[in-house]
Design a protein around this ligand. Structure first.
Ligand SMILES: Cc1cc2nc3c(=O)[nH]c(=O)nc-3n(C[C@H](O)[C@H](O)[C@H](O)COP(=O)(O)OP(=O)(O)OC[C@H]3O[C@@H](n4cnc5c(N)ncnc54)[C@H](O)[C@@H]3O)c2cc1C
Length: 253
């Protein structure tokens, strides 16, 4: 069984684009049909491989945006000077195919049967993608684990999955807190500025409640937030991190 599962994860297979959804001006969700998908857990990622007509290949990793039990989906943010993300967000059409392998990752995973203490999710920009999988799974499994999402975005229109996140806030008892770093709409009464220790002090569950934190985004964001949480008394083993790379969208989330 295990041998089959490992082979399945590492083998490239063909995925077909079944639906494309624009989330923001620069972010698109790509729903995929993957015939031999072995199933995934909340928080995992996959690799995609594109091959040009001249045989040139590019590989990138993307978090899985859908919950376990749902068809595979990824959500990609366009980096204007990037190689792969402009193709995925602008050129890709329904019915197109590319290769992928996965699911990948055994660490950045939320398991409602195991992880029952308060959940702290901290996202920078497209780092919200695997956290959305976690929140979807929390809803699908009927988990009542207390959950709080702190999401740093440049502006309100840059918030990915906003309607869905607001619904978790209203219907699922999830505290959803946005902090807008670059521009706020008139009358904005929410948080502003980058996530730092002072902001986390008012938002993070107290360490005495043995919370489990998931932090995802650009590398510098993740390191700053994880460091601040450890400073608030979170044991490093209770702060799970996923880094999307040294760069990110210009200016960061
Ligand atoms: C585990 C994991 C999960 C991820 N999940 C997501 C996700 O859910 N959504 C998402 O949008 N992204 C995700 N990423 C990031 C994704 O893998 C890509 O890095 C991203 O889409 C950019 O790819 P690109 O080909 O468009 O950009 P690239 O061409 O790789 O360029 C990225 C940046 O690096 C700069 N750059 C490129 N080459 C050079 C160079 N030679 N010198 C200096 N700078 C250079 C570019 O200017 C650009 O700003 C994830 C990454 C990891 C590791």
């Amino acid at each position: 069984m295990e041998g089959t599962a490992v082979r399945g994860r590492l083998t490239w297979q063909v995925a077909t684009v079944s639906e494309l959804t624009d989330e923001t001006a620069t972010v698109r969700t790509i729903d995929l049909q993957v015939p031999d998908w072995a199933g995934h857990r909340a928080g995992q990622h996959l690799d995609i491989r594109l091959t040009g007509d001249d045989g040139y290949r590019a590989e990138r990793s993307y978090s899985i945006a859908s919950a376990p039990g749902e068809p595979v989906a990824i959500t990609v943010e366009r980096l204007e000077d990037g190689e792969v993300s402009p193709y995925l967000t602008e050129d890709l059409r329904q019915g197109d195919q590319f290769e992928l392998r996965g699911p990948i990752g055994g660490y950045f995973i939320w398991d409602p049967a195991r992880d029952t203490t308060p959940l702290l999710l901290v996202a920078g920009g497209s780092g919200v993608v695997p956290l959305r999988s976690i929140l979807r799974y929390r809803e699908r499994t009927g988990s009542t684990t207390p959950a709080r999402l702190l999401y740093s975005a440049r502006t309100l229109p840059d918030v990915i999955y906003r309607d869905e996140l607001d619904r978790y806030n209203h219907d699922q008892g999830v505290d959803v807190i946005y902090t807008l770093t670059r521009q706020q709409p008139p009358g904005w009464t929410g948080r502003t500025g980058r996530v730092n220790a002072a902001m986390l002090t008012g938002i993070a569950w107290p360490a005495s409640q043995n919370p489990l934190a998931f932090v995802c985004g650009p590398t510098s964001f993740v390191e700053a937030v994880a460091g601040a949480l450890v400073g608030l008394g979170y044991p490093p083993g209770r702060v799970k991190t996923e880094r999307f790379g040294a760069t990110g969208a210009p200016g960061g989330p």
